[in-house]
Design a protein around this ligand. Structure first.
Ligand SMILES: Cc1cc2nc3c(=O)[nH]c(=O)nc-3n(C[C@H](O)[C@H](O)[C@H](O)COP(=O)(O)O)c2cc1C
Length: 168
């Protein structure tokens, strides 16, 4: 089963998070997980995928304009309806709007007819409420993306298990 992680990333943090999610997905037997930037999506792979996780940096506590454009103009051509959907974000401030970004991505996924999943409290600790968020080390000396590696991997693994439950 194919699972895709699709992201917008200008300076590499969100790309790194996407790769960690794909690594976590690969831990489930029978999953082929790949990560793509929005400028480089393999349409054939994504159309066949049963689940797609979409991620974006926080820009003024919202998704980037490029991600918004991609969701409106390109995603709807990728047969998104009925696929499992998830979302993640990166930011440079602990309270930098990541959950707002996630919620707006999930809203777009719902509009496209996707089935949205975060794992939530049902999976126990670490509890990931809406989707994972990584805070980079640009401005907060105690933070860096590596602090969140395990969260992204665990989220990817949970997402892939749910996709297997639903579609295998
Ligand atoms: C135009 C712009 C606006 C940003 N706004 C926010 C913000 O509101 N909150 C925040 O925490 N970080 C903000 N950031 C920082 C990015 O969200 C953060 O560095 C992110 O990890 C970058 O992802 P990337 O490396 O994948 O491009 C902003 C960055 C840019 C360039």
């Amino acid at each position: 089963m194919n699972l895709a992680v699709i992201y917008d990333s200008k300076t590499g943090n969100t790309r790194q998070a996407a790769e960690w999610i794909a690594e976590g997905m690969q831990k489930t037997e029978g999953i082929q997980a790949r990560a793509f930037g929005i400028e480089d999506v393999d349409e054939g792979f994504v159309k066949e995928a049963h689940g797609i996780v979409i991620g974006c940096p926080s820009y003024a506590a919202l998704m980037t304009p490029d991600m918004r454009t991609w969701l409106l103009e390109s995603a709807s051509k990728l047969q998104m309806a009925g696929k499992l959907g998830g979302a993640f974000a990166t930011e440079q401030y602990t309270h930098g709007g990541g959950e707002n970004v996630i919620m707006s991505i999930l809203t777009n996924e719902l509009v496209m007819g996707m089935l949205c999943y975060s794992g939530g409290a049902a999976c126990g600790r670490p509890v990931i409420h809406m989707g994972p968020i990584g805070v980079n080390g640009n401005v907060e000396p105690h933070n860096c993306m590596d602090n969140y590696k395990e969260y992204f991997q665990i989220y990817g693994e949970r997402f892939s298990r749910k996709a297997q439950d639903l579609f295998a």
